[in-house]
Design a protein around this ligand. Structure first.
Ligand SMILES: CC(C)(COP(=O)(O)OP(=O)(O)OC[C@H]1O[C@@H](n2cnc3c(N)ncnc32)[C@H](O)[C@@H]1OP(=O)(O)O)[C@@H](O)C(=O)NCCC(=O)NCCS
Length: 405
């Protein structure tokens, strides 16, 4: 598990003794909120420990580079897909360009099978991760902007209070209700809610979780984040709210924005979220939406896991389809709508798609359909008349994935 690089730099899993070194590194390379997040992931996050970090160290033992794997689960249709987010990627300036980040990425990728993870996600800087096989594949970081004079001023009849760790169970129920409406969503358990409510102070993902009350009844929640892109007050993660309560939340956010000197509200939510639809009716505009960069760890393992979803879409289809990934080819064999085999090809296919390997993630996760991909990538090639089956098996999906910290 240890790799030696030029200058006798080594890359290996971190130990508990290196917590402070990793915090200091992330504070220097990024900022104090990322340093604090690193500390929390290693010490109080319910599903992580220092051994989820990799470090690059000098012969004297100084930590000069680090990154980590943050485990989570996606729900795609009715299928649970284990994944890891590659996070907190950074190398101290004097040690950059010596292969440390690349060696750690290789180490992370090599560890995925042991962890049972089928995908890695990165919410990272543009372009860099293409060199490691990543492609934009799941919406992230939406900028639905609502000016303060477009937001309601009045929330009469509703009151707001901050959630506490004991609210974790119902927050999770409300959140599950929202994510059930998406084809692809991240899952979250109550332990993560408790971490977020009790132990995430000072991290870059710290948020206030506001509960909405009407009389004795608590109707739902919305979260306001302290850090993030843009100048606006960031409203991310909100439950379904009955009519009137949605406007009251926007009015409450408007009051917070005025008090905090924020020029507008930014809804960091999926385009289909009811609160975004309410904001749109008030004149909100979508300025941009970024995306998670995703890499498929093992195409056969992912497509095997997705067999129940492929069967739901197959509608009785009998066919042998090949996904040629300019290297390995994955065969999917269907008989009367049942997936009978996913694996290396045996014999000739009925339908053959040639696909650059990084594009398997956006196709399989429904971020881009085959026609969209083919508009831009001429090496995503399929013989005349054979595209329809790939469009049937890999449709566009509604998706939103929230970090689990
Ligand atoms: C990006 C970073 C982690 C790379 O670390 P590193 O240890 O120097 O990486 P490596 O030595 O393995 O090599 C990275 C390669 O990517 C290139 N690279 C570095 N930053 C890049 C960027 N933003 N976009 C494209 N390529 C980049 C390097 O030039 C190098 O290319 P080479 O192999 O052809 O010489 C480091 O520059 C860093 O910490 N940057 C600031 C923090 C940051 O942006 N982190 C990522 C946040 S998501």
């Amino acid at each position: 598990m240890t790799k030696t690089l030029p200058d006798n730099l080594t890359v290996r899993p971190a130990t508990a003794a290196e917590i402070e070194g990793i915090v200091a590194l992330n504070t220097t390379v990024h900022d104090a909120t990322v340093g604090e997040l690193a500390r929390q992931l290693m010490t109080v996050h319910p599903h992580m420990s220092p051994s989820d970090f990799w470090v690059g160290v000098t012969p004297a033992g100084q930590v000069v580079s680090s990154q980590c794997l943050i485990p989570g689960h996606l729900r795609l249709g009715q299928t649970i897909v284990p994944y890891c987010e590659v996070g907190l990627v950074g190398t101290l300036e004097p040690w950059r360009g010596k292969g440390l980040a690349s060696a750690m990425m290789a180490a992370c990728h090599a560890d995925l099978a042991r962890r049972g993870a089928l995908l890695t996600l990165i919410a990272g800087i543009p372009y860099f991760y293409r060199r490691y096989g990543y492609e934009y594949s799941v919406p992230l970081d939406a900028h639905h902007l609502l000016d303060l004079d477009q937001a309601p001023a009045d929330s009469d009849g509703f009151t707001f209070r901050l959630a506490e760790p004991r609210d974790a169970e119902r927050l999770n129920c409300w959140r599950n209700e929202v994510s059930a409406e998406l084809d692809l969503a991240s899952t979250r358990d109550e332990a993560i809610w408790r971490y977020q409510l009790a132990d995430s102070q000072g991290s870059g993902y710290e948020a206030e979780t506001w509960l909405v009350d009407r009389g004795d009844e608590t109707l739902g929640y919305a979260r306001v984040f302290f850090h993030g892109f843009g100048q606006g007050l960031i409203l991310g993660q909100a439950s379904h709210l009955p009519e009137g309560a949605d406007l009251a939340v926007l009015a409450h956010a408007r009051r917070l924005a005025i008090a905090r000197g924020k020029p507008h509200l930014r809804l960091d939510l999926p385009a289909s979220h009811p609160l975004v639809l309410t904001a749109n009716a008030l004149g909100a505009r979508c300025e941009s939406c970024y995306a998670w960069q995703v890499r498929v760890a093992d195409p056969v393992a992912l497509l095997s896991a997705l067999a129940p979803e492929l069967e739901r879409r197959a509608a009785g289809l009998t066919a042998v389809v090949h996904l040629g990934l300019y290297g390995p080819t994955v065969a999917i064999e269907l008989v009367d709508g049942r997936v009978t085999r996913v694996g290396p090809p045996v014999g000739e296919p009925d339908h053959h798609l040639h696909l650059p390997p990084p594009l398997l993630a956006p196709l399989a996760l429904g971020y881009r359909t085959l026609p969209k991909i083919r508009e831009f990538y001429l090496d995503a090639y399929v013989a005349r008349g054979e595209a329809a089956v790939f469009e049937q098996l890999f449709p566009a999906l509604t998706a939103w994935v929230e970090p689990v910290y």
